[in-house]
Design a protein around this ligand. Structure first.
Ligand SMILES: Nc1ncnc2c1ncn2[C@@H]1O[C@H](COP(=O)(O)OP(=O)(O)OP(=O)(O)O)[C@@H](O)[C@H]1O
Ligand SMILES: [Mg+2]
Length: 402
């Protein structure tokens, strides 16, 4: 799929932008603080219905508008061409008097819930901070899985929202029970709910990680060009199949890892195992006032030749892994939806050596539409610039063809 048009009003430093786009790589160049990342953020916002960077949604509304307009707002709109259809998505953000943000989302002018909009436009965003996926805390890896899976499986998005709501309610009840208020009878209901929705997440994550393991391994092999093998392993907070847990503090052998990659329980079977685990943990959970097992505590391990990169990876290995993961995400979306997502690469070249740059350039050329930002045209080879569908210069929230 590809965007044919992007229109922004009062989004970040774009007071008004209308950009016609086509398939192929689009190169966006500008000095620091001109609006390169903001433009990618806008497209990713339309794909995921939220900002990846803002702590509060209000932050994406243009300051001038917030300060001077009687009714400040921000509006984002994209026209999207898929293989067999074309549609328009728009999102409007309006603060009310209390400062709360109202978000209205539409597909072809018809109001939609976020759940129903995610997945219409598929996008993959790479930012230099993605190295945190590898080096950072497990929450970053769960977020990666959630955003990726929500875009390709509406049922995942639904289960995730139900799971999170259930978790909040259940935690509140556990806390009450810990303070010796209320009866334990109510827990049974929340246990069932948690197990039902949690099992959907566990099975989808297991399958996605198995696919990303295959796809990421191939992407890493090409990117690193060093004969190293990247593997991805799902580390669910509890294992429904009760396999022995692995010690990632030391290099692992392939024989040790093989059994952990094999899992086949159905959603119903996982739900049953999860429910059982919740019953076993009940006493401790009440004592601690929170839910201790479940997808909200899952993790993923990245291993190169058996070594856990989160613990022991070199900076270069970690960076290459983050990039390989994003390209694997492109592959996974292509496999599941039959369409190439829009690839957004922010400032990717500056960190790479010449060999990796050339290999990334070749990979970018394979995607139906990509937008790649840089501060320096020389980051791209002449050949790549010649092949690009467009060269754009961004200066202070305005974009002009070069
Ligand atoms: N709500 C807002 N209203 C107006 N301007 C904003 C808003 N939010 C951010 N900005 C400004 O947008 C500018 C451009 O930000 P952006 O991150 O897109 O720059 P960039 O071109 O990616 O720069 P760099 O090369 O440093 O990454 C910044 O100067 C920032 O202060
Ligand atoms: Mg930037």
């Amino acid at each position: 799929m590809h965007l044919t048009k992007l229109a922004l009003v009062n989004f970040r430093n774009y007071a008004g932008l209308v950009l016609d786009l086509g398939p192929g790589p689009l190169l966006l160049c500008g000095d620091n603080a001109q609006g390169k990342t903001n433009l990618l953020e806008a497209i990713y916002f339309l794909a995921t219905t939220r900002s990846t960077f803002a702590r509060a949604e209000r932050q994406v509304i243009n300051w001038q508008s917030l300060e001077h307009d009687a009714l400040p707002f921000a509006r984002l709109e994209a026209h999207v061409q898929r293989q067999n259809s074309a549609f328009r998505i728009d999102v409007t953000l309006l603060p009310d008097e209390a400062g709360r943000i109202h978000k209205e989302m539409r597909l072809n002018g018809v109001k939609k819930r976020a759940l129903d909009l995610v997945g219409q436009l598929n996008a993959v965003l790479f930012i230099p901070e993605d190295i945190d996926l590898v080096t950072g805390a497990p929450a970053a890896r769960r977020r990666y899985l959630d955003i990726t899976l929500c875009q390709i499986e509406p049922s995942y998005c639904h289960a995730l929202s139900q799971y999170n709501q259930t978790l909040t309610q259940r935690n509140a009840l556990l806390k009450q029970l810990g303070e010796r208020q209320g009866s334990q009878d109510q827990l049974a209901f929340w246990d069932e709910q948690l197990a039902e929705h949690g099992a959907v997440l566990i099975v989808s994550r297991r399958e996605a990680i198995a696919a990303l393991d295959r796809l990421g391994r191939e992407r890493y092999r090409v990117l690193s060009n060093q004969g190293e093998t990247l593997r991805l392993y799902y580390a669910p907070s509890f294992d429904p199949e009760d396999r022995p847990s692995l010690d990632y503090q030391r290099p692992l052998l392939l024989e040790e890892l093989l059994p952990s990659a094999q899992a086949s329980l159905s959603v119903q079977e996982v739900a049953r195992a999860y429910l059982l685990r919740l019953r076993q943990a009940r006493r401790e959970e009440i004592a601690r006032g929170m839910t201790l097992t479940g997808p909200h505590r899952d993790d993923v391990h990245f291993l190169v030749d058996g070594v856990d990169l989160t613990l022991y990876g070199s900076r270069g290995q970690q960076r290459t892994t983050a990039l390989a993961l994003r390209f694997a995400e492109v592959d996974l979306m292509r496999q599941t939806t039959g369409e190439s997502p829009v690839l957004l690469l922010d400032d990717v070249m500056s960190e790479l050596d010449a060999g990796r740059r050339a290999r990334v350039t070749a990979m970018v050329g394979d995607v139906e539409q990509s937008i790649v930002t840089t501060t320096d045209w020389d980051d791209f080879t002449d050949a790549f610039r010649d092949r690009a569908a467009g060269l754009l210069q961004v200066v202070d929230g305005e974009v002009e063809p070069v």
